[in-house]
Design a binder for this molecule. Structure first.
Ligand code: C2E
Ligand code: MG
Ligand code: MG
Ligand code: MG
Length: 285
């Protein structure tokens, strides 16, 4: 309008910023109500063995079906929940739900059931009692520790080194696996890899996206895979969307992958169906 065109630029910016702040406040309020109302859901995205297409695990991914906003992305609300501290309670809900769900998969198959991989935010990890809570969930669900992976981020490893290292060591001593999520995008001082022992690197999608078009990225990924092999770390490539990406990663020695090429995140019901009938995976290469 003529009026807003005549306003100083800072004031228009201020109004937009104000609207955004109000919206975030609203979302925050709704977030805590959603937790009380049991409105969150988990989806489970298959993690597959590259060679066989076999589903070896599932990553639990938070979903918030919102009455008016539609499906709100965790990329939007997880950071808000981190800020407000709600992530501690929300993360506890995720852990409880995912662990009990995974425990039920074992009853569907005779052999080794798929593992579940749970994202843990920095603030959640640093909450006193976190490690004990993980062990409690395993005990109450009956899920073998080996079938739980916790995904942490590189940024966690910048914190109070001794405490974090001790917690990770305690988790792994109990058989739980620890993976570094979005590997390669963080502060990636690779030095933490020898200080903090982990099991798995989740190679960030940004590497996967560029591997087919950039020779340098291809070399870099091959270097990461060699380093991982040397350190006995397994690697899961994230966000594989094309056959070319799949082929090149497999050829470079990446054993596991996750992405829309194999499967989208599934509802708990669909994930259970896939566990029960792995032959219907559709992808046996
Ligand atoms: P993330 O842990 O790196 O999860 C992988 C994300 O990539 C998921 O997004 C997944 O749906 C998406 N993805 C998987 N395959 C493909 C693909 O082939 N193409 C594309 N374009 N995307 C793919 P989502 O579910 O939206 O989650 C976003 C992020 O939110 C997660 O990234 C994670 O950092 C966070 N998040 C999700 N659930 C939780 C949770 O329970 N706790 C915490 N703390 N964070 C969570
Ligand atoms: Mg993750
Ligand atoms: Mg990831
Ligand atoms: Mg990622």
């Amino acid at each position: 309008s003529a009026r807003s065109a005549g306003e100083p630029r800072w004031r228009r910016y201020d109004a937009a910023l104000h609207a955004q702040v109000i919206d975030e406040m609203q979302l925050r309020t709704e977030l805590s109500r959603a937790l009380a109302d049991d409105a969150f859901r988990l989806n489970y995205q298959p993690i597959v063995e590259m060679d066989s297409g076999r589903t070896v695990g599932f990553e639990a991914l938070l979903r918030w079906p919102h009455p008016t906003r539609g499906m709100v992305s965790p990329a939007v609300f997880v950071p808000l929940a981190e800020e407000s501290g709600l992530i501690v309670e929300l993360g506890a809900w995720v852990l409880h739900t995912a662990v009990h769900e995974a425990a039920s998969w074992a009853r569907l198959v005779p052999g080794v059931a798929p593992y579940v991989s749970v994202n843990v935010s920095v603030r959640q990890f640093l909450t006193p009692g976190f490690v004990a809570r993980v062990h409690d969930e395993l005990a109450s669900s009956g899920l073998p520790a080996e079938r739980l992976t916790l995904e942490i981020t590189e940024s966690l490893l910048l914190g109070d080194q001794d405490q974090i290292q001790a917690d990770i060591t305690r988790l792994r001593a109990g058989g739980i696996k620890v993976s570094i999520d979005d590997f390669g995008t963080g502060y990636s001082s690779l030095s933490y890899l020898h200080r903090v022992p982990v099991d798995t690197l989740k190679l960030d999608k940004s590497f996967v996206d560029t591997i087919t078009t950039s020779a340098r990225q291809h070399d870099l990924v091959r270097g990461i895979l060699r380093m991982a092999a040397t350190l006995s770390l397994s690697v899961v490539a994230e966000g594989i969307e094309t056959e070319d990406e799949h082929r090149m990663l497999a050829a470079a020695g990446c054993a596991f992958g996750q992405g829309f090429l194999f499967a989208r995140p599934l509802t708990d019901v669909d994930a259970r169906a896939r566990v029960a009938a792995p032959a219907s995976d559709g992808r046996v290469s």
